[in-house]
Design a protein around this ligand. Structure first.
Ligand code: DAH
Length: 341
């Protein structure tokens, strides 16, 4: 029996040390120490021993069990360390390898122009106001003194959501005047750029979605000369010093008096050319003194306060600035086109 145990000691310890994986090691442990294992098989024969021999063999068997257990634990630790090392080896990262370049987008030329205009107005103390594109007809029309029969309210011109013509996609940024006057107390100086929608067919100069920039000033003692001086200054900043302007009388329901501002064509100096379509002048924006009805509708006393407002199209400005001849290019967002600006 002693010899058998010695043989088992030698074969098992060698097998354990040579074992190459955690799974095989567990198999070996069961093979030697399990209920049906080799050591148990030897111990079963203890009954045949004499009373003197039994404790001696028992002690030897316990020692062998402890040694095998210890060998298994030691090998298990070695294998685990090896596995970790292999994993680390596999996951090594070469930080000196050149990266994969991500292709960045490009700032849209229209936003270049918008940012330039925002800067000009922020420099004059205006705040940027944001508001909904899905609007109530009340704000888009009624509170702006645009009566029920006005053609711009027509279903052929405006995108309505509800059959009662109550909710729509705003057709202009002018409802932002109402929001601003309801939200704020005078003095008010705001600039509200945003998308507007009209049922227009797409062509080189039209799109059912385009951008406007609304401006509004309300304070005590505000006059038409403030409107003209401010807009002349803005035009000079956008189009350059010495740009000639012209204020033409016009009609908007929400301003009285109303006007349109033209600049003299910078290409031909007013003689007439393709850029100004032979007119000599280029229309830039609509403006006027805020109608007293609009002021009082927003809870502002027109006997105490007055205001001026303007609205301009952003696309036309960007097209002019970058000499782009077709508005569709602005919305197609082909990065090869955008990257030129
Ligand atoms: N909302 C007008 C339009 O879309 C433009 C406009 C004209 C805005 C006069 C104004 C204004 O604020 O005072 O044609």
């Amino acid at each position: 029996m002693k010899e058998k145990m010695q043989a088992l000691r030698e074969s098992s310890l060698k097998a354990i040390v040579d074992c190459s994986s955690a799974e095989l090691l567990e198999d070996l442990r069961v093979k030697y120490l399990g209920k049906k294992g080799e050591l148990t098989a030897i111990l079963r024969q203890m009954g045949a021993l004499s009373a003197e021999e039994r404790p001696v063999m028992g002690q030897l068997a316990n020692q062998l069990r402890a040694d095998i257990e210890q060998a298994v634990a030691a090998r298990r630790a070695e294998l685990a360390a090896g596995a970790l090392e292999a994993k680390l080896e596999k996951e090594t990262l070469d930080v000196t390898m050149p990266g994969v370049k991500k292709r960045l987008g490009h700032k849209h030329p229209m936003y270049n122009v918008l940012d330039q205009i925002k800067d000009i107005f922020i420099g004059m103390g205006f705040e940027i106001e944001d508001g909904p594109e899905v609007e109530l007809a009340d704000y888009n029309f009624t509170k702006l003194n645009i009566d029920e029969s006005h053609p711009s309210r027509d279903w052929t011109d405006t995108f309505y959501f509800t059959p009662d013509s109550r909710i729509l996609l705003r057709t202009q940024t002018s409802p932002m005047q109402i929001h601003a006057m309801e939200r704020r107390k005078p003095p008010i100086r705001i600039l509200a750029p945003g998308r507007v929608y009209r049922k227009d067919e797409v062509d080189a100069t039209h799109s059912p979605m385009f951008h406007q920039i609304e401006g509004l000033v309300v304070d005590k003692g505000v006059t038409m000369s403030d409107l003209k001086a401010t807009l002349n200054l803005v035009v000079e900043k956008i189009y350059g010093k010495g740009t000639v302007t012209r204020f033409r009388p016009h009609h908007f329901p929400f301003t009285e008096p109303s006007c349109e501002l033209d600049i003299q064509c910078h290409k031909c100096g007013g003689k007439g050319c393709p850029t100004c379509k032979g007119e000599g002048w280029i229309e830039v924006l609509g403006a006027g003194m805020v109608h007293p009805k609009v002021l009082s509708g927003c809870g502002i006393d027109p006997d105490v306060y007055s205001g001026w407002a303007f609205g301009m199209g952003l696309e036309r400005l960007a097209l002019g600035e970058y000499k782009i001849t077709d508005m569709r290019l602005i919305f197609e967002n082909d990065v090869r086109f955008l990257e030129q600006f």
